[in-house]
Design a binder for this molecule. Structure first.
Ligand code: SF4
Length: 367
């Protein structure tokens, strides 16, 4: 059986950012100890139940580095042991530059951490203030320097598009910062106003760029990063050759993964399930909530169309045992002349212009 991916949600942050809808709470030492124990117990439970190997581990959040090196070491060690994660596996940790000194990355190198993803968002001071992020450009530079000095060879930066007062020029400076720091991977997310966030509550007061401006920032990012040698391999993700996130590729390729921690989702043996977004409930009972069945033809098409390579007909046949149905091909064909879909003898994929319309396009092709 193919190894699975493992995700551990670390739900602690110094302060909630006004646009963020990830599950996180303010950190506190006592609860972090209990949480570490709880994750270790859950790892033992699932390893016993599934008896599977894993070849990627992603510690996301929240702000995983707030847990500190000792607790992280404990979690990673137990997961490595229980899921037979070997030295060639990808082990990523998300790091928030405001608190880069809350842990020592060098202490995690010998346990196998080999990739970090830094929540940078922008290098523009006004944009960082608008997002209420507490880090400075110096914090980002230090985080990169420490990671590299410790031996991390795979560094990813998150940047955000569509921030209040963001312009092409300010975005260019942020992109140039990524390029001059020679990072391997960039995730460029469009700011979305999600329900339940402070931004959502105050959305009338926000002065965000309009849809056309955001589209133009997105296409500019795709062009600039391509010009600098990054390969766009997913709607929001760009990498140097061979530095694509192996873990995240499992999500988009509809492969199996197990998520531990409140709000973490899993897809195993054709079933999708998740833990509720409640830390105390996770620590006490680890109640699992069930989603629909997973891995259907429609779901596979929907996820793979997020990738620049799109749907490969041979891979589709290998997975489902029959040819790629012509009904999808026929629907996709009518969009080809608008430069939003690419159809070749082997595949169907969206172009960057198509990615901007991906929700509508994908649902039109499927339904
Ligand atoms: S630091 Fe990251 S996870 Fe925490 S609230 Fe801000 S955006 Fe969300």
């Amino acid at each position: 059986m193919k190894p699975i991916g493992l995700y551990v949600h670390i739900p602690f942050c110094y302060k909630k950012c006004p646009y963020c809808d990830f599950y996180s709470l303010c950190n506190n030492e006592d609860i972090m100890d209990k949480y570490t124990e709880s994750i270790c117990k859950d790892a033992a439970f699932w390893s016993n139940k599934l008896r599977r190997k894993a070849d990627t581990l992603y510690l996301g959040g929240g702000t995983p580095n707030l847990l500190g090196s000792e607790r992280l070491y404990k979690i990673i060690s137990i997961l490595k042991e229980k899921f037979c994660i070997d030295d060639n596996s990808e082990i990523t940790i998300e790091v928030n530059p405001e608190s880069y000194n809350s842990f020592k990355i060098e202490n995690l190198i010998n346990i196998g951490v080999n990739r970090i993803s830094i929540g940078m968002q922008s290098i523009n001071k006004i944009e960082l203030e608008k997002l209420e992020r507490r880090h400075s450009v110096e914090d980002i530079t230090k985080t990169i320097r420490i990671a590299r000095g410790s031996g991390i060879k795979n560094i990813s930066l998150d940047i955000m598009l569509g921030i209040s007062e963001q312009t092409k020029n300010s975005l260019k400076e942020t992109i140039n910062f990524c390029v001059s720091n020679q990072v391997d991977h960039i995730s460029a997310y469009i700011l979305k106003i999600e329900k339940g966030t402070l931004y959502y509550k105050n959305k009338k007061e926000l002065t965000l760029p309009d849809e056309d401006e955001v589209s133009s920032l997105y296409l500019y990012t795709c062009d600039e990063l391509r010009r600098h040698g990054f390969i766009q391999y997913e709607i929001s993700n760009f990498a140097r050759q061979g530095k694509e996130s192996k873990h995240n590729l499992k999500y988009w390729k509809c492969e199996e993964y197990l998520g531990l921690g409140p709000s973490a989702h899993s897809f195993i043996n054709g079933k999708r399930f998740y833990y509720s977004s409640n830390l105390n409930e996770y620590i006490k009972s680890k109640k699992i909530l069930h989603d629909a069945e997973g891995g259907s033809e429609e779901e596979y098409i929907m996820l793979n169309l997020r990738l620049s390579n799109g749907i490969n007909y041979v891979e589709f046949k290998n997975r489902f045992g029959y040819e790629f149905p012509s009904k999808y091909y026929d629907k996709a064909q009518k969009y080809q002349k608008y430069n939003i879909i690419n159809i070749t003898d082997n595949s169907i994929s969206l172009t960057p212009q198509g990615f901007l319309l991906s929700n509508k396009l994908i649902s039109d092709i499927i339904y």
